[in-house]
Design a protein around this ligand. Structure first.
Ligand code: ADP
Ligand code: TRP
Length: 324
């Protein structure tokens, strides 16, 4: 049995890029009966950049609703908010901070990048990787599926866990990152990487009307409707192919090559495919967003289960430190 753990920042509503690149692959891993999955919303980490508690709460709700809507089984697995277990995470953060060399944090790529870009360079941004290490080793996770950008953070987590074991005694599993190099970067409506920060995303949970508006914004060339078109250079075709099955892709390819088929037609087919393929997920998302009690109940169960494990680890940590 392997323990798989990952954290998701509460930075906004998940878009199609997040769903195809992170949510669906993680749910697949969690469905393997050999695995036990821990999925949490890293709202303490989000506080490094978001200072509006209402927004943070709304984002947390949207992220949790999206994971449940996409099929994450919160009963079989562990599903929780980091802030509800903050005392465990932050206590361990402190012990680990006392083992983490200052230059390791000062030279971290993501800290350097954020401190160049942001006007608010706070201490939370600096110790961000140490809290991340605490998040992981608190639950003795073996594998951590993350995007390529998190590779260095994961190396730090492993080093910090090894330091603890060396200095205070063998306790922690040394976590390994699981970086899926095959997962492609999903393009946004402008052809750049789809991202919340570029405002070029497709939010499959929007109302049909608003979703269609986003899809209509996909950039195309000016080939007239009657003329044949090249599917392989068309962004609409590319996005459609990411979610369509083989026969649907072949059919649309033929229409492009035959001519008399406009980008507007392709966009409408893309909309219809999203509505069809993600109909169930869209309904569930709306259900959890509207029914806070149902969402809260799912998280509460996860938080209680997670607390048992975190509390057991912290007892062992305190014993090794001779605090208890
Ligand atoms: P965003 O750029 O929208 O803020 P995040 O950085 O919060 O997205 O990423 C959350 C997860 O979604 C990460 O695992 C990341 O690798 C994945 N992800 C984000 N954007 C894409 C994309 N365009 N294609 C594939 N995966 C993506
Ligand atoms: N830093 C991660 C990100 O920005 C989020 C995160 C916080 C995380 N704690 C974690 C990811 C623990 C994996 C494991 O995407």
């Amino acid at each position: 049995m392997s323990r798989i753990l990952t954290g998701i920042q509460a930075s906004g509503r998940p878009h199609l890029g997040n769903i195809l690149g992170a949510i669906e692959p993680a749910i697949k891993l969690s469905q393997n009966p050999e695995n036990e999955s821990f999925l949490f919303i890293a709202d303490l980490h989000s506080l490094t950049t978001i200072k509006n508690p209402d927004l943070l709460k709304e984002n947390t709700k949207a992220v949790a609703s999206a994971w449940l809507a996409c099929g994450f089984d919160a009963e079989k697995n562990f599903f929780y908010r980091q802030s509800k277990l903050a005392h465990f995470h932050t206590e361990l953060l402190w012990y680990l901070s006392c083992l983490t060399p200052y230059p390791m944090l000062a030279n971290a790529h993501s800290f350097k990048e954020k401190s160049d870009k942001l006007s608010d360079v706070n201490a939370g941004l600096f110790t961000y990787p140490v809290l991340q290490a605490a998040d992981i080793i608190l639950y003795q996770a073996h594998f951590v599926p993350v995007g390529k950008d998190q590779k260095q953070h994961l190396e730090m987590s492993k080093d910090i866990a090894a330091s603890f074991n060396r200095v205070f005694g063998e306790l922690f599993v040394l976590p390994e990152s699981l970086i899926n190099e095959q997962i492609m970067t999903i393009p946004g409506v402008d052809g750049q990487k789809m991202s919340k920060s570029y405002n070029n995303y497709i939010d499959i949970f929007l109302s049909e009307k608003e979703l269609y508006k986003q899809i209509k914004g996909i950039v195309t060339d000016a080939t007239p409707l009657e003329e044949p078109k090249n599917p392989d250079t068309c962004l609409v075709f590319k996005l459609y192919s990411l979610i369509a099955d083989e026969s649907q892709i072949a059919e649309m390819r033929q229409k492009y090559l035959a001519g008399g088929y406009g980008y507007g037609h392709a966009k409408k087919e893309f909309l219809d495919l999203i509505l069809d393929k993600y109909g169930n997920q869209r309904d569930l998302f709306d259900y959890y967003m509207a029914d806070s009690a149902a969402l809260e109940a799912k998280l509460k169960v996860g938080e209680e289960k997670a607390a048992d494990i975190a509390s057991d680890t912290m007892k062992k940590v305190r014993t090794l430190l001779k605090f208890d």
